[in-house]
Design a protein around this ligand. Structure first.
Ligand SMILES: [Zn+2]
Length: 151
């Protein structure tokens, strides 16, 4: 059963792969299907060259934040680890441009305010994902207090 949802949150992830791995939606979809999921868990994947690929249809609930997928749009940046699988902010400028353009578009389209734009690590502090810092500490704390109410 696929559940429909109204987007309220945007959560940024990374694929935890090294900079040399030029993967996209089809590879990640294959991994997630191998886990027994019905489709790729993310709604968008941003390739190393900045290309934005559509993953799971936007209005279907994703599978990217344990226990908090309802109304949550998942965007995955490809990269985020060094060759030893350690977290590394190795994202390209093209990816960063695409990420923030996409976030802005989704915020406009679904009327999502800045406090609802989060990193995976805000939902689960044991995760380094997505490595990249997407907002100031003050903004992060505001988002954190909102998402605690949601959890
Ligand atoms: Zn993540």
């Amino acid at each position: 059963m696929t559940q429909q949802h109204q987007p309220m949150w945007i959560t940024v992830h990374c694929s935890a792969t090294p900079h040399s791995m030029d993967i996209g939606c089809s590879e990640i979809r294959r991994w997630h299907l191998q886990r027994g999921w019905q489709d790729i868990g993310y709604h968008y994947v941003i390739r190393r060259n900045g290309t934005i690929e559509q993953g799971r249809p936007l209005l279907q609930q994703g599978a990217h934040v344990t226990g908090n997928n309802k109304g949550n749009i998942g965007i995955c940046l490809v990269g985020g680890c060094d060759n030893k699988q350690k977290p590394q902010d190795n994202f390209t400028l093209a990816q960063r441009k695409s990420l923030f353009t996409l976030i802005e578009q989704l915020q406009q389209q679904y009327n999502i305010d800045d406090k609802h734009v989060t990193a995976h690590s805000q939902w689960n502090s044991s995760k380094a994902c997505p490595v990249i810092v997407i907002q100031s500490e003050a903004e992060r704390q505001e988002a954190n207090s909102l998402l605690r109410e949601n959890v």
